[in-house]
Design a protein around this ligand. Structure first.
Ligand code: SF4
Length: 371
């Protein structure tokens, strides 16, 4: 049992083929596995072993340089509420300085906004690179400009980019991601791939992701085929829809057959690994341990306008949450108990060696590409 679970966990997170990933996802969401007492003991034991070393763990720090987005996607809270804000320079520099002092090797430069809508984005990248940090980001691809991308490629350290492209045909894309123009975005991303080819050795890991919705169900095969055929695209992902901790009104209207990240009621909720691996610094300085919270912003564990990031990472708020999850009481927590995110615990070498960090968005909950 132990080795089967372990192999499946590794499969899910190692970029396996779509069929293996689909099967593994089904298994990990199934009540058969989640409610199995041996599986629960196995996972809780793993969590306890990581938690014993919590003083050694380093978070992967995600920084929201901008909350504003130029799209109004149907599966995003931006499509239903006005969400705007830009991080001020002083706060941004302080967060980057602290991340570097905490031993980070890379940071995330987006959470719930469109990073290229930030007029100072290239300055931010320059500041990050000035500290020797690498970075990754999510973008909808609508605002790419050659001069900016070439500057980023020249600066180096551009580790990963996830393009959130939620439709293949013009009709569905523009229905799902208004007011963006499908031809412009597809053209931009293809141009981006060409600019990367002109900078050998500097290309980031490129993922193109789509949230699986009723509106794009019929065209997903064509979508995957198209993006897989583009030279320079490293990964194509169809992600399950999330409800952003109940904040997304549209998710309440989904029928029970819709593919969501949610696990069925009454299934066991495992401790959430985001508590041991990540910090998300919102544009206004508030800090959350996960991006599932990004749509509602209620799971706040500190404020880096008043506290250091290290104090937040080692503080009582996140410590209490870890204790509750580790003690198999996640279901009692007001927010985590209703959260759909229930990823299996990964035997992450980064976590176990005390260097929790990732840049491809595969381990931590990520805004649109989380499976
Ligand atoms: S369980 Fe959900 S809400 Fe709680 S920390 Fe994890 S992702 Fe966030």
């Amino acid at each position: 049992m132990k080795s089967i679970v372990r192999k499946l966990i590794i499969r899910v997170h190692s970029g396996s083929g779509p069929l293996v990933r689909a099967i593994a996802k089904k298994v990990f969401k199934s009540g058969w596995l989640l409610n199995n007492r041996i599986y629960q003991i196995f996972i809780l034991g793993r969590v306890a072993r990581v938690d014993e070393r919590r003083h050694l763990l380093k978070p992967f720090i995600n920084i929201e340089t901008i909350l504003t987005c130029n799209a109004r996607c149907v599966m995003c809270v931006h499509g239903e509420q006005s969400m705007i804000g830009v991080m001020d320079d002083e706060l941004f520099r302080s967060v980057v300085d602290q991340a570097a002092n905490m031993g980070a090797k890379s940071v995330g430069l987006s959470i719930y906004g469109e990073p290229f809508a930030d007029k100072k984005f290239i300055e931010r990248v320059e500041y990050v690179r000035g500290h020797g940090l690498s970075y990754g980001l999510f973008s909808n691809g609508s605002l790419l400009r050659r001069d900016k991308i070439e500057r980023m490629l020249d600066l180096g350290g551009f580790e990963s980019i996830n393009f959130s492209v939620n439709g293949f045909t013009k009709e569905s894309y523009e229905r799902i991601m208004p007011p963006l123009n499908r031809e412009k975005v597809y053209g931009n991303i293809n141009d981006f791939l060409g600019w990367c080819r002109a900078h050998p050795g500097k290309k980031p890991f490129v993922r193109v992701s789509c949230v699986g919705l009723e509106e794009n169900r019929a065209e997903r095969r064509d979508y995957v085929k198209y993006w897989q055929s583009r030279p320079g695209v490293d990964h194509v992902l169809i992600a399950d829809q999330g409800d952003w901790l109940g904040e997304l009104e549209a998710a309440k209207k989904l029928d029970e057959n819709a593919a969501t990240r949610g696990v069925a009621n009454n299934n066991w909720l495992s401790p959430c690994q985001s508590l041991w691996s990540s910090l998300f610094v919102y544009y206004d300085g508030r800090v959350s341990p996960c991006c599932e919270d990004a749509g509602s912003r209620n799971l706040i564990i500190g404020d880096c306008r008043e506290q250091s990031l290290l104090d937040i990472w080692t503080g009582a708020a996140i410590g209490g949450l870890r204790d509750q999850h580790r003690g198999n009481q996640r279901h009692c927590h007001d927010i985590c108990g209703k959260c759909q995110w229930n990823q299996p615990w990964i035997k992450s070498p980064e976590i176990e060696s005390g260097e929790s960090a990732e840049s491809g968005g595969e381990v931590s909950p990520v805004p649109v590409a989380a499976e």
